[in-house]
Write a protein that binds this ligand. Structure first.
Ligand SMILES: Nc1ncnc2c1ncn2[C@@H]1O[C@H](COP(=O)(O)OP(=O)(O)OP(=O)(O)O)[C@@H](O)[C@H]1O
Length: 304
């Protein structure tokens, strides 16, 4: 079995090189062939030279790889060394925290999953041809994603909270025009988030009910709120407990067209996707991921 590690030296706080060395050792010890690269190969080259590919980086690294592996059946493993690591959280992959021991454990787990050879498929979303795994942000959250991308401090997922704090002085209200499975829906909103998975922004569970195996998108919209109210509710976002608040509405659908005059357009997996309008569809089973050897039966349920 040939594994290609795609390493992003810019991810997180620069631990990607070390993580890649640990993963290489762990994989070779299990008899797997390993190649390491810092550039994402074209899809034909990937399929011809690798039996599985691993993203050693954060959500941006995974996002760039999704554009190559989605729909191909080529398994994508993760060694999450980014800032937010929301795709890893979504897929139940351990995010190494607490020094070298944690990184070594994550590398061993990854190698054991790939060696085991069991995989499952999960849904992806596609926004005007761009694949993503987590959530497409628009409105306030797109502005937060844009700001977080240009910040170097604080490290880790606290960066998104800091970016939000910098955006709450004047909260926007946009006129949104959605088509949800063809049905028009117009409202004034602070943001609208289109979730394939439940989480973005370093652990914010905006679309907490999103299921990677249901073939559906969870569209969470938030009505305009005061700064005071937002700051009060914000901590609940990390538990998904905001969903019962009166300003929050969630609808499930296969396809949504989303339009609003916002300055930041759409951002998915922490990356810019483009200006609105965007049409997003759920694509069932588009991503194949390795399954840990002791994975519970509940995960295998997602295999198609
Ligand atoms: N193949 C690629 N081509 C161009 N840019 C890339 C590629 N892979 C990653 N990047 C860029 O590198 C930057 C940092 O990578 P990444 O997003 O993986 O780490 P991070 O920002 O620390 O983590 P996270 O996204 O989890 O918060 C991102 O802006 C991303 O767009």
């Amino acid at each position: 079995m040939r594994i290609l590690l795609v390493v992003n030296p810019r991810a997180g706080r620069g631990g990607a090189g070390r993580a890649a060395r640990l993963a290489t050792e762990a994989l070779r010890r299990r008899g797997l062939g390993v190649r390491v690269t810092t550039t994402v190969p074209a899809v034909g080259e990937l399929e011809a030279t690798a039996d599985a590919v691993v993203a050693v980086g954060g959500d941006g690294t995974v996002h760039h790889l999704l554009q190559r592996v989605a729909g191909s059946g080529l398994p994508l493993g993760l060694l999450p060394v980014g800032t937010g690591n929301d795709t890893a959280r979504t897929l139940g992959v351990r995010v190494p925290r607490g020094g070298p021991g944690a990184m070594a454990r994550a590398a061993e787990e990854l190698a054991a999953s790939l060696r085991g050879g069991r995989t499952r498929t999960v849904d992806l979303a596609r926004a005007d041809g761009r694949w993503y795994a987590t959530i497409l942000a628009t409105g306030l959250d797109a502005a937060v994603a844009r700001r977080a991308r240009h910040m170097r401090f604080p490290p880790g997922s606290a960066r998104y909270a800091a970016a939000l704090a910098g955006r709450v002085r004047r909260l926007p209200a946009y006129t949104y025009r959605l088509e949800v499975d063809g049905r028009p829906w117009e409202f004034r909103g602070l943001l609208a988030a289109v979730g394939n998975g439940p989480v973005y922004g370093g652990g914010v569970r905006m679309c907490a009910g999103a299921d990677l195996g249901d073939g559906l998108l969870d569209v969470a919209v938030v009505a305009p709120v005061s700064r005071r109210r937002l700051l009060r509710v914000a901590p609940r976002l990390y538990r998904g407990a905001h969903l019962s608040e009166p300003e929050v509405t969630v609808v499930r659908c296969r396809t949504v067209r989303i339009d609003a005059e916002t300055p930041s357009g759409g951002w998915a997996d922490g990356e810019p996707v483009g200006p609105l309008p965007l049409t997003v569809s759920a694509v069932p089973g588009a991503l194949t991921v390795p399954l840990p050897p002791g994975a519970p039966a509940g995960l295998a349920r997602l295999s198609r």
